[in-house]
Design a protein. Sequence first.
Length: 371
Amino acid sequence: MKILNKYTYLFLILVLSAVIVIFAILPRFEKQEFNPDKVSNVSEGAVPTTTIASDNNFEEENVEITPEIIDIEKSEIEKLLINNIATKDIDGYKSYLLIGSDERDENSSESRGFVEGQRADVIIVGLIDNTGNNNYLLSIPRDTLIINICTENLERINGSYSKNNCGNNAENLAAAVKNITGIRVDHFASFNFEGFENIINSFNGIEICVDNTQKEGYSFELQKGCQVVTGSTALNWVVSRNTEILVGEKILDENGEDASEWKKMDGVSDLSRNERQQYVILQLLKRLNDFQSLAEFNNFINTLEDSFIIDENLTLSNAINTLWNLKDINFSSIERVSIPTSPYELEDGRQVLIISENFSTYAERIGLSSS
């Protein structure tokens, strides 16, 4: 009996030790409810008849709808948003909605400041072809004008990243994406500014290559050519709206201060920001090939634990398998595309983007159709 007890205790100790090791090594992602069926219902107009206030504190300039916008005549709205509803669904891809919110705190990049609440600053759909031949990064500019399916408000698409009685923030944004693209979102992952910086810093930075020396104030400065930058610099470059480029040679005054001539970079907009976002994502994906040991990979996963929120349907094993499967993709062959848009100025002077071509037509034209 004593021998039995001895081995019983030894077994229990081994099991307990294994549990402790598992919880110490495996990351515990923060998860959020995500119901693809609910998303489909909302995108098709099957929404509750009552609404509740959003639990996010959005800045008025970015998401609150002014009476001037609401009072636009119906005929004018129909003309502006004639291309907003996809005419067919796109199947044959595994789809991942990547949401970068501008939620930040005192630990975020100091040059970006602190704001209350959160808005969807990055909206990218990753499409992995089930046959493995065609893969896409599809960007949706945050200033794209839509009618919120749940509230029926006219607003920028980043305003749909808000919880109400139709669904949570990710579900409502996914419904808006489904509405304008015909793409059913299978899974989502979201990160904030601090998480973005942490991910890049976990790789000891990423390489950014630019054609011209450029900066925005004191938030970042990139030299012509290629350089490895920190998460803070990468973030400031990605979100920059007022990028300047160097004219001539760099000049320093007698005090060592910059006395160079700079001019505003042409064409900086939501679209150029989308290109930078896609560039950084591909740079990060390429770094997956750097992992040569389990310890390195676990370090990466542990970084994700603190930086991402994933949907409740995406298990840890599925997340790991998805990442490792991406190692086999030729990243240079991934197509980087964006919803076709054109700029539009509202009566109050605010700038938005109008979808200029129905996405179903655009998808067929670029070869992104059901596989």
